[in-house]
Design a protein around this ligand. Sequence first.
Ligand code: MTE
Length: 324
Amino acid sequence: MLIKRSTGWQLPERQATPEGLYLDRRRLVQAMGLGLAASAASLALPGVAAADDKAVDPTAHFYPPKRNDKFGDPTPVTPERLAITYNNYYEFGTDKSIWRAAQKLEIRPWTIKVGGMVEKPFEIGFDDLLAKMPLEERVYRHRCVETWSMIVPWSGFAMKSLVAFCKPAGGAKYVVMKTLQKPSVMFEQKDPLWPWPYTEGLAMDEATNDLAFIATGLYGKPIGKQNGAPIRLVVPWKYGFKSVKSIVSIEFTDKRPVSFWEALQDNEYGFWANVNPKVPHPRWSQATEKPLGSDERIPTQLYNGYGEFVSSLYENRKSEKLFM
Ligand code: MTE
């Protein structure tokens, strides 16, 4: 994966597509080249394999939980090695091979703060939270705004179970989730030009939709650090950047939050970010996607193929920019 970081210029469209380009306020451009690192197949993956070691992860015995096929059983499932070695996690670097750097993240103890418009603010340890939640496995499609995609088995629990556990107040309209801030390990957070911590939000009816999921596992094991351990969001009808990783803060509010990418470049990345092949990104088409590990591009589907579960959420929001 080739990364360029330059100032004051833009790559031609042919190079920008299908990978993303992100501008910060000072017009720095981060351009990502195309192509899965050829070395992926030969990686030994030290550290990654440790995630399924019961001695290392105190929650390993919960996995794999029972499969729930209610939302489909998409195929072909992406080979695990690809999904755990081709990642977006900008806190650890701007290319796709951050999995090594991410192993430095310490995920125990891990405390999640719940606050804002709730009955009573509280903090809970991740292991305690997990023990209270109804775990299941779901196989979901994942569509990145950069046009790569994957199909992976997540383990975790319905986001609506987490929302109920947090006891939001009646007036709460949005839930805001934030990633850990730890610049000593997440070294990109030392760059003051990015609006850290990584922040994302959902409207309450999105967060309590059956499809919205909180992932704590992947491929039947505790989720690896590069994929967002110990706890991340998965909203498969939206572009992947909505699915915030390594969550430490959950806040309920009546004001729409400004998310990380929106703060950087609001004419390219919006709050709703629902997948729509007919609405191009300002600099590239969203009509097709490239599954990880495949040489073929395939058509992208409206709401990433999950319209039957989520399209009703947007019937009364037609005036909004739902697809960016
Ligand atoms: N969460 C944080 N904290 N930092 C990130 O850079 N990248 C997002 C999302 N969540 C990101 C994040 C993007 S752009 C995508 S496509 C997915 O994570 C990638 O998830 P994966 O690496 O598990 O495939």
